[in-house]
Design a protein around this ligand. Structure first.
Ligand code: NDP
Ligand SMILES: O=C(O)C1=N[C@H](C(=O)O)C[C@H](O)C1
Length: 266
């Protein structure tokens, strides 16, 4: 049995995963983190039956009061790194779903995981169809050296670019550095309108009502262009299967792995 603790277990994504873990044959849901539900029973909140799944408001109280194997981090970008580093320093394995972590954050997380002989699996997007978008985009980037990324989300997402876009930029940059056109002093007008540069890839973030979450990689060659786009629906259901797979696989290696495909057969 893998004992799982879900930071953010009452949230939109975390509550769906909590139900998935609870119903899993080889996992036990032993606790959750939420400030507003501190001291309450997650099983009551999620209607899981007559068991006690305690909720804590800080990672320190959780680590002092609960025994678990894997922390799933599904809170918010402002607290995620604190939770992750605290758990790693206690030798826990960590699955990261929360967005907003930078490349420098990941370097620090990797070092702390190695120092404590434990493991972290960070996944920008747990949905299988997004994993496929990442793969198809990497194939395209191998042959087309000109590409940018657009990330579209609901208007109240607090971080930009999305975790999905950050991970995609990181991955495409490993395939090859895209060409740049009209840069520096040659560019007239508003430089920021060209988007942000992540690992040498231009990323543009749209935040508008009516949008859920979409990601698009755009490629161009003379007289031909390619767009690869993914659109998520309104529920958090697509992230559950991938989240469960990540929990199962995070104990199979040491150090940091990024992307769900790193623990899948392709
Ligand atoms: N990798 C992936 O596939 C996916 C990633 N995400 C990412 O996951 C993150 C969470 O998204 P979402 O579920 O929509 O967010 P929600 O706001 O719905 O849930 C956040 C959860 O974290 C808790 N939380 C927030 N801040 C704190 C804190 N300071 N201390 C303790 N608990 C805290 C909240 O409880 P309370 O407010 O009571 O403290 C709540 O349980 C985002 O970064 C999102 O981008 C989302 C879906 C899929
Ligand atoms: O709702 C969100 O916020 C989500 N964020 C993730 C991200 O930042 O990429 C992905 C997920 O699709 C939902």
């Amino acid at each position: 049995m893998i004992k799982v603790f879900i930071a953010g277990g009452t949230g939109w994504a975390g509550s769906s995963l909590s139900k998935g873990v609870f119903n899993s044959q080889n996992m036990e849901l032993v606790g959750a983190l939420s400030r507003n539900h501190k001291g309450q029973n997650l099983a009551e909140i999620l209607d899981l039956g007559s068991v006690n799944i305690p909720i804590y408001d800080t990672i320190e109280t959780a680590l002092n009061n609960t025994d678990f194997d894997v922390l799933v981090e599904y809170t918010k970008p402002n607290i995620a790194k604190t939770n992750i580093l605290s758990a790693l320093k206690k030798g826990k394995k960590v699955v990261i779903g929360t967005s907003g972590l930078t490349e420098n954050d990941y370097l620090e997380i990797e070092n702390v995981a190695n120092e404590n002989n434990t493991s972290v699996l960070a996944v920008g997007n747990f949905a299988l169809t997004v994993v496929l978008l990442q793969k198809f985009s990497e194939m395209a980037a191998k042959y087309i050296p000109n590409f940018e990324i657009i990330d579209y989300t609901h208007e109240d997402k607090i971080d930009a670019p999305s975790g999905t876009a950050r991970e995609l930029a990181y991955r495409l940059s490993k395939v090859q550095t895209p060409n740049k056109f009209v840069t520096g002093d040659a560019l007239i007008g508003e430089v920021s309108s060209r988007g942000t540069n992540l690992n040498e890839v231009q990323v543009h973030s749209i935040r508008l009502p009516g949008h859920v979450i979409s990601i698009e990689s755009i490629f161009g060659l003379k007289d031909e262009k390619l767009s690869i786009r993914h659109d998520s629906g309104a529920s958090a259901e697509p992230y559950v299967k991938g989240g469960l797979l990540a929990i199962e696989k995070v104990g199979t290696f040491k150090g940091l792995k990024r992307g769900l495909d790193s623990v899948m057969d392709f």
